[in-house]
Design a protein around this ligand. Structure first.
Ligand SMILES: Cc1cc2nc3c(=O)[nH]c(=O)nc-3n(C[C@H](O)[C@H](O)[C@H](O)COP(=O)(O)O)c2cc1C
Ligand SMILES: [Mn+2]
Length: 445
């Protein structure tokens, strides 16, 4: 389902709020979005200074997402897990579409100022594209890569870019830069959620020699649809709302940031990579897509990571039931639900979970009688089933995520909490339960 159809579906189901008033993309738009975070998605019909409407919040509510993917909310990580697993099978390569909708209109002159791009947090360094899907090709092997990167608007045709350590795009760029060459990319905005899932597929599930667009093909039920670019080698997404054809410049660094990040803190301004936009194409009447850093990222990174952790940890330990990336932990805390058949396996599962997603700072293991999406239940397990002298694992001096302010540029400790009870379960760990009743059966005033 393309992006516009997804919005129409949400609207039909009462899951979309439309803001008719004109809204300033500087701070005001994000302020309204923030008030809706976790609920309905929002369509801003009139953004000051631009002809195009802008939507936000497709990913901040898992019920909305479940509706888009046509599955139960609880099924989402398993669906993504199957999609990522499909990468190891023979999947049909993407097809090239002629007369792609995303290229219906070519902007006469590249001018990023014509696109509505919000300045989100009060101290952000400028307007940011927060959820564009970047496609590039490995300069040596030609393998395609798909990932998401924040992009700060710095001028009519100039963007600042962030590439974390270990990102495939950064690896491609470093090899191109060593030869003094730019790295060509397409920046795709407003794509079907299937392409977005491909872009967030963690490198543990899609190593550098794998084209993660296979994930999109699996979810679409047909080969991913790409289009030949007009000015660069990598393809764009044929059904995107808007595509920027661009290049990452070699040996150029300029200030980028600050940016209010998913961590809940500002990522500092620093000299970072620069992108020059060479052409902009879009469909007729495009709806630009944005994302508010926060719940949307915890859900999107979260569902991919939950899927991958479930797959890799299940292969190593028995009894794993579910994985959840908490919304309080800024994508640094994962809860695993496990009923280990013998003592000790819950700790092995914690270690395997750390190995499956490097940015993690904390892993908490609980049994299946704990609802892992309920922070109160998890806290109770922590207070009543975790013996701090025996069940807290601290791994000093490991590699985490550079955006986590407590680490030294990503270098720091990790901590696991084993809140599972010993095997077999002692009666003292039996949770109190009450009879289920239907309040409608009673006369209550
Ligand atoms: C909304 C969103 C924004 C992101 N922004 C960045 C970013 O600015 N820089 C970065 O390196 N990774 C960012 N990521 C993470 C990468 O897109 C993600 O880890 C991806 O799987 C990396 O792909 P790769 O394994 O092909 O390198 C972002 C992820 C999401 C969901
Ligand atoms: Mn990759």
């Amino acid at each position: 389902m393309d992006y516009r159809k997804s919005l129409e579906k949400l609207a039909r189901e009462g899951r979309l709020a439309r803001v008719r008033s004109e809204v300033d993309p500087v701070h005001e738009l994000a302020g309204i979005a923030r008030a809706y975070e976790g609920g309905k998605a929002v369509l801003f019909e009139k953004v000051k200074g631009s002809e195009f409407p802008l939507s936000i919040g497709l990913w901040w509510n898992r019920d909305n997402l479940a509706s888009l993917f046509g599955v139960d909310r609880a099924e989402l990580p398993f669906l993504f897990s199957r999609a990522m697993q499909s990468l190891s099978q023979d999947c049909a390569p993407p097809v090239i579409v002629e007369n792609a909708p995303a290229q219906e209109i070519v902007m006469d002159e590249v001018d990023l100022g014509k696109i509505p791009v919000p300045t989100f947090a009060l101290q952000d360094g400028g307007p940011y594209f927060s959820n564009c899907v970047v496609i590039a090709r490995d300069p040596d092997t030609g393998v395609r890569n798909t990932s998401i990167h924040r992009l700060m608007v710095k001028g009519k045709d100039r963007l600042g870019l962030l590439m974390d350590i270990g990102r495939h795009l950064r690896d491609y760029h470093e090899r191109a830069e060593a030869r003094g060459e730019p790295l060509e990319i397409t920046i795709n905005n407003g794509v079907d959620a299937a392409y977005y899932v491909a872009a967030i597929t963690p490198s543990a599930a899609a190593p550098i020699d794998v084209d993660e667009l296979g994930v999109a093909s699996y979810l679409l039920g047909e080969p991913a649809r790409l289009c030949r670019s007009k000015t660069v080698a990598p393809e764009g997404i044929a059904d995107a709302q808007l595509i920027m054809e661009a290049e990452i410049l070699p040996h150029v660094r300029e200030p980028e940031g600050p940016f209010g990040e998913v961590s809940g803190y500002y990522a500092a301004r620093d000299d970072r990579w620069v992108v020059r936009v060479k052409a902009i194409t879009h469909c007729r009447n495009p709806i630009v897509s944005a994302l508010l850093p926060g719940k949307e990222v915890w859900n999107s990174v979260g569902l991919g990571v939950e899927a991958n952790i479930f797959q890799t940890v299940s292969r190593q330990v028995k009894g794993l039931k579910k994985v959840y990336m908490t919304h309080g932990g800024s994508h640094y805390h994962v809860i695993i639900q496990i009923d280990p058949p013998i003592d000790g396996l819950s700790k092995n599962a914690i270690l395997a979970t750390f190995a499956a997603f490097a940015p993690l700072q904390m892993v908490t293991a609980v049994n299946s009688d704990v609802d892992i999406e309920d922070p109160e239940e998890v806290e109770r397990a922590l207070a009543t089933r975790c013996d701090p002298a025996r069940d807290v694992i601290i791994i000093p001096g490991a590699r985490g995520h550079e955006l986590n302010p407590v680490t030294d540029g990503g270098f720091g400790a990790k901590m696991g909490f084993d809140c599972t009870y010993p095997v077999p379960k002692d009666r003292k760990y039996e949770k109190v339960t009450f009879r289920k009743v239907n309040l409608g059966d009673y006369e209550i005033v």
